[in-house]
Design a protein around this ligand. Structure first.
Ligand code: NAD
Ligand code: UFG
Length: 343
């Protein structure tokens, strides 16, 4: 058995897939999640898939006493920190909730890690920290700026991590900037289970395909892109999960501390909204009715990664295609039309 890893937010969408990848790579994991945006059922399904129970602690990252108990009970090599709130629109309506959860929660986690001398962190950041990029593909040295509280909360945490690395050279702080995670586990057992009506494109498309929603609104068809619709770097969540395993492997190889290390996780390829709709329709055999609507406030035309740093440092690159992203999403959605509430 390899090192023991604390996974905050491990019951969520990306966390659940990463738990499986970590287990397959031989890591011993403990999941810490307050289930504010996930369910016990996700943990049950992960355990079924890997064939053994996973240690799960229901707790909040803002609760330092609860965290201290977890660190006192386990000898962790490091922490993968997924826990956070992620809905852009909600963050505009409830900024304090977002800063409290995402920023204060991370500070509390870092304080407890410091107390227990666990100084390796893999943090879930986002391509949103690049705002409206000046050049494409976006590399890690690109200018950062954000326009909404969710994005700001990620950017503030990045600055905190940078300052922490300066203050104490023992820290290893890998910051993974995810592009657009989509897809589901190939078993169809775990996947993305949004509350209410999805904000993001892929879950919206799949809910139209399964008949839960009547039609897709495509926000803008007058961008300077291949077909006028927005272009994004969609990345399969299984590839993303492997990126976390690669980050841990990299941490294990280090003889001296890394400080703050930002790395993009994307495919390096842009796909337009219309291209994704067409691919999903072909894969699922379902019609996806859509209409063009006004641009969504805050959206940018195009966003895709330079994934060179992940390749050169971590030896990681995305392998799964848009077709596979659609196939796996469709399998999850059609097997679980009501997500984890599906009986
Ligand atoms: P998710 O909501 O499915 O998972 C987050 C998990 O964290 C949930 O299980 C939730 O219950 C838990 N959580 C939230 N606040 C907590 C707290 N205070 N204490 C303990 N647990 C808490 O989201 P996801 O899509 O899996 O995203 C994981 C991380 O990746 C988040 O930090 C998110 O901001 C970041 N990210 C996601 C995307 C995306 O499009 N999904 C893109 C870029 C970055
Ligand atoms: N879109 C539609 N209709 C919809 C939903 C989305 O046309 O119903 C379009 C958007 O306008 C955009 C594209 O689909 O052009 C992708 O939109 P998403 O909401 O799926 O994703 P975003 O790129 O806006 O943002 C997502 C997450 C952010 C994260 C970012 C980068 O929501 O939190 O990816 O990782 F920061």
């Amino acid at each position: 058995m390899k090192n023991k890893i604390l996974v905050t937010g491990g019951a969520g969408y990306i966390g659940s897939h990463t738990c499986i990848a970590l287990h397959e790579a031989g890591y011993d994991i403990v999941v810490y999640d307050n289930l504010s945006n996930s369910s016990h059922e996700a943990m049950n399904r992960i355990s079924n898939l890997i064939g053994k129970p996973i240690e799960f602690i229901e707790g909040d990252i803002r609760d330092s006493e609860s965290l201290k108990k977890v660190f006192a009970d386990h000898q962790f090599f490091g922490v993968i920190h997924f826990a956070g709130l992620k809905a852009v629109g909600e963050s505009v309506a409830k900024p304090l909730m977002y800063y409290n959860n995402n920023v204060s929660g991370t500070i509390t986690l870092l304080e407890v890690m410091t107390e227990y001398n666990v100084k390796r962190l893999v943090f879930s950041s986002s391509a949103t920290v690049y705002g409206d990029p000046e050049t494409l593909p976006i590399d890690e040295s690109s200018k950062r700026s954000c326009t909404n509280p969710y994005g700001q909360s990620k950017l503030v945490v990045e600055h905190i991590l940078e300052d922490l690395a300066v203050s104490d050279s023992d820290w290893n702080l890998i910051t993974l900037r995810y592009f657009n995670p989509v897809g589901a586990h190939s078993s169809g057992q775990i996947g993305e289970d949004p509350n209410d009506i999805p904000n993001n494109l892929m879950p919206y498309i799949s809910q139209v395909a399964v008949g839960k929603l009547s039609q897709l609104n495509i926000f803008g068809n007058d961008y300077a892109t291949i077909d006028g619709t927005g272009v994004r770097d969609f990345i399969h969540v299984t590839d993303l999960a492997q990126g976390h395993v690669a980050a841990l492997n990299y941490l294990e190889q280090q003889n001296s501390a890394l400080g703050f290390l930002p790395i993009n996780l994307g495919t390096g390829t842009g796909t337009s909204v219309l291209e994704l709709v067409t691919a999903f329709s072909e894969v699922s055999g379902q019609k996806i009715p859509y209409q063009f609507a006004d641009r969504r406030a805050g959206d940018i035309a195009s966003c895709y990664a330079s994934a060179d740093k992940a390749q050169s440092l971590l030896g990681w690159q995305a392998k799964l295609s848009i077709t596979e992203m659609c196939q796996d999403t469709w399998r999850w959605q059609s097997m679980n039309p009501h997500g984890y509430d599906t009986v």
